[in-house]
Write a protein that binds this ligand. Structure first.
Ligand code: GAL
Length: 377
């Protein structure tokens, strides 16, 4: 009789022990998906690796410093690395080092979204959560979450700016357009270029918009590494082949998916004799300082502002949630399939920036000072 009572008491004790670890099955799932009211377990030597692609393009310097500052303010240790000037082997080696030196979370802006499969797989095997930052990392289920801006909307904004500025719905045209997008190894261009063509393709199909070069496919318009120099060279070739110029073949608009390519296109057009009085419409993205200056000087028409402080803050929230064992806030669980399935994402909102609103958008918000976007005498 005593043995039976002891066995019953032993079973009861075991049941209580398991439920205190968050449920049975030892699956380490959090006891509940409800965000705990506990603050992030910061200050417990929790370390976050932040991997940025380059310092040669302005925005990534701001992304990195914003994240480092905001994560350290939360009490995390931060290992921030820049992979040379878009050097893939360097980025892989830096990530391997982050894994081996005890980072619990990795935040990665990939140089080439297809080049990190193995290292992200090894991060997952090591129990390290990976957040893809602004650029999706492909072909690995080691990516836990994706934090970016609404990239399709960025493209749509650029297409709509061209549509509305040329007043395509109320004028007959035809108007001449050339198109530039970003690096072929950056999954984002699928959405930037695709979003712009969602707006512009019907006008190309109707003949109201004409692309004289005939280069309308994404891979024909792609610019390796988003390089200003490569964009300038391609624009120079188009000018030579099509005879674009203030007194030559008319060029009404150039779709550029970001500011660094817009800057290269702008240099080529200036060298061909265009001035602020007759410059084609030029779109961009990132509100880089040189492009804001070009907007003030009347050459670049618009950019799209993606406040890196906003994206950094979102990533900090994701890191906190992950390390507290809760699911981060997400607003897109359908769009971004990285080849292994849809990666749950949070998309921040981009905003059109022009000469008319740059002060409110960039100066009043403290993102830049007026001196930052004033050309040196
Ligand atoms: C993209 C990013 C753009 C721009 C570009 C150049 O991935 O979404 O905002 O920064 O890279 O680096």
């Amino acid at each position: 009789m005593k043995k039976k009572l002891f066995s019953i008491l032993l079973v009861i004790a075991m049941v209580f022990t398991l439920s205190a670890c968050g449920g049975g099955g030892g699956n380490n799932e959090p006891a509940s998906n409800e965000p705990s009211d506990q603050p992030a377990a910061s200050g417990e030597n929790l370390k976050v690796g932040v991997s940025m692609p380059t310092q040669s393009l302005q925005r990534w310097n701001q992304d990195g410093s914003n994240m480092k500052q905001q994560l350290e303010a939360q009490g995390y240790e931060v290992d921030l690395q820049y992979a040379g000037d878009n050097d893939i082997p360097t980025q892989v080696a830096q990530l391997e080092n982050m894994i081996s030196t005890g980072c619990q979370v990795l935040v990665i802006a990939a140089i080439d979204g297809t080049s990190l499969t193995n290292v992200v797989d090894s991060a997952k095997d090591a129990g390290i959560a990976v957040i893809a930052y602004d650029r999706l990392i492909m072909n690995t289920d080691g990516v836990a979450y994706y934090a970016t801006f609404d990239n399709t909307l960025v493209g749509r904004m650029q297409g709509e700016y061209i549509r509305d500025t040329l007043d395509l719905d109320n004028t007959s045209g035809p108007y001449n357009l050339e198109m530039f997008t970003g690096s072929p190894d950056d999954n984002n261009i699928v959405f930037f270029f695709g979003g712009a063509l969602e707006v512009l393709q019907p006008y190309i199909d109707s003949g109201k918009l004409v692309v004289p070069s005939g280069q309308t496919e994404r891979d024909q318009c792609a610019i390796q590494s988003w390089s200003s120099e490569i964009a300038q060279s391609r624009m120079e070739n188009l000018i030579a082949a099509q005879g674009y110029g203030p007194n030559g073949t008319k060029l009404d608009a150039v779709l550029c998916s970001n500011d660094s390519t817009a800057q290269g296109v702008t240099t080529a057009l200036k060298n061909a004799g265009y001035t602020a009085d007759n410059f084609p419409i030029i779109t961009g993205q990132d509100c880089d300082k040189p492009s804001v200056i070009n907007m003030k000087q009347g050459t670049q028409s618009m950019s799209v502002f993606k406040d890196t402080r906003t994206l950094a803050a979102r990533v900090v929230l994701m890191v906190d949630s992950i390390l507290k064992g809760t699911e981060p806030e997400l607003n897109d669980t359908e769009t971004y399939d990285n080849g292994t399935g849809v990666i749950p994402s949070f998309l921040c909102d981009p905003v059109v920036g022009t000469i008319d609103n740059y002060k409110e958008l960039l100066i009043d918000s403290g993102y830049y000072t007026e001196a930052d976007v004033t050309p040196e005498e």
